[in-house]
Design a protein around this ligand. Sequence first.
Ligand code: NDP
Length: 247
Amino acid sequence: MMITDKVALVTGASSGIGAATARKLAAEGLKVGLAARRADRLEALVTEITNAGGKAMALQTDVTDLASCKAAVQTLIAEFGRIDVLVNNAGLMPLSDVDALKVDEWQRMVDVNISGVLNATAAALPLMIEQKSGHIFNMSSIAGRKVFKGLAVYCATKAAVTAFSDGLRMEVGPKHSIRVTCIQPGAVKSELYDQITDANYRQQMDELEKSMTFLQGDDIAETILFALKAPDRMDVAELFVLPTEQG
Ligand code: NDP
C-alpha cells in the first residue's frame, strides 16, 4: 500500500510532538485525524495543513474516555474510509515527589498516559484487524527505561506503555500483520513542562533546558516516519531517541 493512501490518527495533536507528527504525516500525503481536547488548536492546525496542500480533520477527543476514542475513530473512518496508523502520543508529566501526595496529578497521569493508550488502541484495533494491516505507535519515554527522582509516577506510566507495546506487538504482529513501534524520546522542547505545579521541579526543568539543546517535536516525527516507511516485513519495535547532549 502506498503511504499516500494511508490514514492516520494522532492523539495529543494540539501541541508539541503530536502536532509535529500530524504536520509531517500530512506533508507525506497521509490523511490525518487530529485528536485532543483543545478544539481551537486542532482547527488551527487543520487550516495550516490544508493551506499547505494536505488533508486533515479535527477530532475533539478525551483519550481518558473510551467512548470519545471510539467516536473519533468512527468519524475518521466516515470521512477518510480507513485507519492505517495510530499514534498514541497524548501524555502528561506533572513532576513532584511522592511524599507531596499530589494524588490528583498521579491519577491524571495514569488516566491519560496509560488508559488513554489502551482506549485509543481499543478503538482502532478492530478496524486494523479487519483490514489485516496497521501500525500503532506508542509514545513512551526515556522515563520508561530508567527511573528519575521526582518522576516516580510518570516513570511507572511510561514503563507500562513500554510493556504494553511489546506485548501488543507479540500478539498482533504474527496474528494480524499489525506493526507496533514504541518511541522512547529524551528531552523534547514542548509544552509538557508547563503542567509542573511543584516550583522546585519546574526550576530544575528550566535549568535542564538551559543546559543542553533539546530535541524538537519534528525530530520525533521524523523517527515515526522512518518506522512507518520501513517495508511491511519490518517492524521497528523500539526507537530510543535522545538529544546528543543528554547523558
Ligand atoms: P505537550 O504538552 O506539548 O503535548 C501533550 C498533548 O497531550 C497535548 O496535545 C494535549 O492536548 C494532549 N492531551 C493531554 N491530555 C489529553 C486527553 N485527556 N485527551 C486527549 N489529549 C490529551 O507535550 P509533548 O508533545 O512533549 O508530549 C507528547 C508525548 O510525548 C507525551 O506522551 C509525553 O509523555 C511524551 N514525551 C515527551 C517528552 C518531552 O521531553 N517533551 C520526552 C519523552 C516523552 P489537549 O490539552 O488539547 O487535550
